[in-house]
Write a protein that binds this ligand. Structure first.
Ligand code: B3K
Ligand code: ZN
Length: 880
């Protein structure tokens, strides 16, 4: 098969580059149909590589070479070779300037990597390997150079011409064209290069840095979106201030630009001084964006800004080190959001997404370490593991070193490595040196895949008043790693007595107790900790704040859980105890359904929900989390053989029972949280709105016209997208005449607003009604569906296959066939997006034999496709 050509790149094969680039001068004659790029590169032989002369091998894809000059002279054809993905110059001198002229076609670049057209504008995406689709280059992160960029374009079509760094010159040209010259004084790898050209407006602000430098902040959007940038601009200033206060990091250029584009493969990109953003993480107005959208914008704006130090000033030596910048920057953006909003609620949200998506990845055929050993297509490794487990690994270092020690480690890391391209090892070494700790065993977190399991047992000795906790760690095998060594991890814990008091913790052999919370450091497979001086058997409160990204197995009784839920000092543990209770309840019902037994929700479960609803002291955002049942995909992870219908039925039964039995409480809580007009995203009421939405959805689950009327009334009255969607989502999932009425009203009001129409597609794709597959197929033909637009694909194909377990996994296999068709369609258009859509198929082994067969058939059909892109090939092949 032709796919066998796809080569695997191994970490162990890394070698330093043969040549280094000192300066890069680029000239662009921009035109959507044909852009000419002249690149002047000053090369120098890399002596680290040894003395023997080597050919210069430049990366290049989809380029037409027009001319090639070495030190000013046209290069004779026998001195170079153009290959499919490279340009080879056989014996270049020690030092030389190469001038390469190529042409490219942005208009046909549907992969959205390199230079491409998004609506009326041109923009770039270079990470990981898009720069080679613009010009020939040593397209690897350890080749860092200073860039000067000249942009020429039509003045009417693209009055705005942007690149990295500072604008040094601009002016007029004949034929209605103009030019701009940008210079970025900081050395950077090619993946951070960016160009944007288009008819854009900007809104701006000034920021004075901690040392008193003035920085201009600018957000560029199309004219129609001018009024939707305020929140992004404010978030940027907040992120800049936060990084100064928390990490002493100051911005380093005179201008920081953010551009919103509609067609974008990911969330955003941290190009030096010129971030390019998916417009969904920039644009917001109260009428069209939800509270969650506002938060997501703050988070992504923060994330890209924080990359300026963790990613740009210090970058990765090679792509295996991706988590060096991504894990660390995720940790930084999580901390930023925690400081801007509610810390416990943010932690809960992050743990939820880690456990439902990353744990599943770690348990399947695509499991890989935070630092992978090999890849076929690096874009496939911008994964939950590299990002979010990588973030957890950083958090564990912080827990082990303490806040101060961690900050010292960060300072040392910046001091040692500013301006360099380094490995994860250098980061961890800086932490170890600053904290005076040995972190060599800790490094296993980067190199071993899989989610560790902690099995905890305990023993109480009334005679001596001592309590022994025994923790056994194990980690299941993952592809290529049958055996695992024990990890070094912090387990934060406390002990409670039966009244819920926190007990002083005295470890045997340590003398006096030291507080009521401890970080137990695990390093061996089995470890015991003996606590003394206790008068009765305590209840252990374990893995507080989710200090280690593990599965915890301890046989809590219902009473233990109630105690933790109501009395523990750690909000994460309080929330988690409720989730464990809900999990037990739902999984019990799943077993009942499967066995054909009568299924009923227990009284004690209803009681604990009633207690939650009656407790007016709870923070509303926290209450909303506590009232939310574990999601269907997280429930699925708990089953040996996933039964999507039983999971759905069991969870719905709980929702309906809560809605029926607690309707008075739900109505009362809802009334207290009734929407306040006019809405402001920062009015401090987002927790209340969330509670209101949840109450509504429970009432809807119980059924009845009253609930439908309540939703319709809220929908009509709402002045904001949060309450609108809160009412519309349950209606979209209700088999009632109001469903189409509500969806129709919404569409008519918002047609033309891309972000909102994405929500309209998603709502229908995630409806649990039995006709959803037919609706999704009809929506594929809707004039607003556009397979070339990644957000639209995610909102329909992604939402249906990744957020609607029961309908996607319909026993008929129609869902599978649909997804297979869309992946094959996307393969030819946008391989990165096609590969992203493949995730649900990678879980095929977890289902029953009939579903396995059907999913496997789709994977085989995909693999048989001639011309399968590297991205899709790698994931499909590894999944099978
Ligand atoms: N660094 C980019 C992601 C690039 C993905 C390339 N396939 C966004 C981010 O993590 O900030
Ligand atoms: Zn990032």
């Amino acid at each position: 098969m032709s796919q066998c050509r796809h080569q695997t790149i191994h970490q162990k094969d890394y070698t330093v580059p043969d040549y280094l680039v000192e300066t890069v001068e680029l000239e662009f004659d921009l035109d959507p149909g044909e852009t000419r790029v002249v690149s002047r590169l000053s090369f120098i032989c890399n002596h680290e590589r040894g003395a023997s002369p080597r050919p210069l091998v430049l990366d290049g894809e989809e380029l037409t070479l027009l001319s090639l000059k070495l030190d000013g002279a046209e290069l004779a054809p026998e001195r170079y070779r153009v290959e499919e993905e490279s340009l080879v110059i056989d014996a270049p001198p020690e030092r030389f300037v190469l001038e390469v002229t190529t042409k490219i076609n942005p208009a046909t670049n549907t992969a959205l990597s390199g230079l491409y057209a998004s609506g009326p504008m041109l923009c770039t995406q270079c990470e990981a390997e898009g720069f080679r689709r613009i010009t020939y280059f040593l397209d690897r992160p350890d080749v860092m150079a200073v860039y000067t960029v000249t942009l020429r374009g039509d003045k009417a079509a693209c009055p705005v011409l942007l690149s990295n760094g500072n604008l040094v010159e601009k002016g007029e040209l004949p034929d209605g064209r103009h030019y701009a010259v940008w210079h970025d004084p900081f050395k950077k790898p090619s993946y951070l290069f960016a160009v944007v050209a288009g008819d854009l407006v900007h809104i701006s602000d000034r920021f004075t840095t901690m040392s008193g430098r003035e920085v201009t902040l600018e957000i560029y959007v199309e004219e129609r979106n001018r009024d939707k940038c305020e929140h992004a601009l404010l978030s940027l200033a907040n992120a800049m201030r936060w990084d100064e206060e928390k990490f002493g990091r100051e911005y380093d250029l005179d201008v920081y630009m953010v551009v919103a584009v509609d067609d974008f493969n990911m969330g955003a990109m941290e190009n030096k001084g010129l971030n390019v953003f998916n417009s969904r993480y920039v644009l917001a107005s109260p009428e069209s964006a939800t509270d969650d959208d506002y938060q997501a914008i703050e988070e992504v704006i923060g994330h890209e800004y924080f990359h300026n130090w963790t990613g740009n000033r210090i970058t990765c030596r090679d792509w295996f080190q991706l988590s060096l910048k991504e894990g660390l920057t995720i940790f930084r953006d999580q901390e930023f959001s925690a400081d801007m909003q509610s810390r416990p609620v943010k932690r809960i949200a992050d743990v939820k997404s880690l456990r439902s998506a990353q744990f599943a990845e770690d348990a399947g055929p695509l499991a890989h370490p935070v630092r992978p050993e090999s890849y076929v297509e690096i874009n496939n490794f911008y994964s939950m593991t590299v990002y979010h487990k990588g973030g957890e690994v950083i958090r564990m270092i912080e827990t082990l070193l303490g806040r101060e020690g961690f900050r010292k480690g960060m300072d040392l890391y910046f001091e040692r490595h500013d301006g360099q391209a380094v490995r994860v090892d250098e980061f961890v070494q800086a932490m170890a040196d600053a904290g005076g700790r040995d972190l060599s065993q800790f490094m296993l977190w980067y190199d071993q895949a899989g989610t560790p399991v902690l099995t905890v047992t305990d023993a109480w000795d009334a005679g001596s008043g001592s309590y022994t906790l025994t923790v056994k760690q194990s980690c299941p095998p993952t592809p290529g790693q049958p055996e695992k060594k024990p990890f070094h991890m912090p387990l934060v814990m406390g002990l409670l007595d039966r009244e819920g008091n926190e007990l002083p913790l005295a470890l045997a052999g340590e003398g006096a107790p030291s507080g009521t919370q401890r970080v137990l450091e695990l390093t061996r497979e089995t470890e015991s900790f003996v606590f003394t001086g206790l008068s009765s058997r305590p209840v252990p409160s374990l893995n507080r704040n989710f200090s280690a990204p593990v599965k915890l197995d301890y046989p809590y009784s219902d009473d233990d859980l109630t105690l933790l839920m109501t009395r523990d000092s750690d909000p994460f543990v309080r929330w988690e105890a409720g989730q464990v209770q809900a999990l037990k309840q739902i999984m019990g019902l799943v077993a009942d359904f499967q066995a054909g037994r009568d299924a009923r929700v227990s009284e004690s479960f209803i009681e604990s929900f009633r207690r939650l609803l009656d407790d007016d002291r709870q923070d509303r955002a926290f209450l909303a989390e506590a009232l939310t049942l574990p999601g269907e995909s997280y429930l699925a992870e708990q089953m040996e053989v996933i039964d999507p219908s039983a999971i759905h039925a069991a969870r719905e039964l709980v929702r309906a029972t809560v809605g029926e039995r607690l309707s008075a409480e739900l109505l009362r809580v809802r009334q207290k949280c009734a929407p306040a007009a006019p809405y402001r995203p920062d009015d401090g009421l987002s927790g209340c709105r969330r509670v209101n939405t949840i109450c509504l959805s429970y009432l809807m689950a119980a059924g009845g016209q009253d609930a439908i009327d309540m939703n319709m009334a809220q929908l009509r009255r709402s002045d904001n997208m949060t309450d609108t969607l809160g009412a519309l989502a349950p209606l979209a999932g209700c088999a009632c005449p109001e469903r189409d009425e509500a969806l129709g009203l919404f569409y008519d009001k918002w047609r033309g607003d891309r972000g909102v129409i994405d929500k309209w597609f998603s709502l229908q794709a995630t409806s649990r009604l039995p006709d959803t597959m037919d609706r999704v197929l009809a929506l594929l033909e809707h004039p607003d569906f556009d397979i070339r637009n990644p957000n639209r694909v995610r909102s329909l194909v992604g939402a249906f296959s990744q957020a609607n377990q029961v309908r996607f996994h319909d026993a008929s296999g129609r869902g599978y066939r649909f997804l297979g068709d869309q992946i094959l369609r996307l393969n030819a258009i946008n391989p990165q997006i096609a590969a992203r859509m493949l995730t649900p198929f990678s879980r095929w082994r977890r289902f029953d034999a009939a579903r396995q067969e059907l999913m496997k058939k789709e994977l085989e059909r995909i693999l048989a496709e001639p011309g399968l892109a590297r991205d899709v090939y790698e994931l499909a092949e590894k999944s099978l």
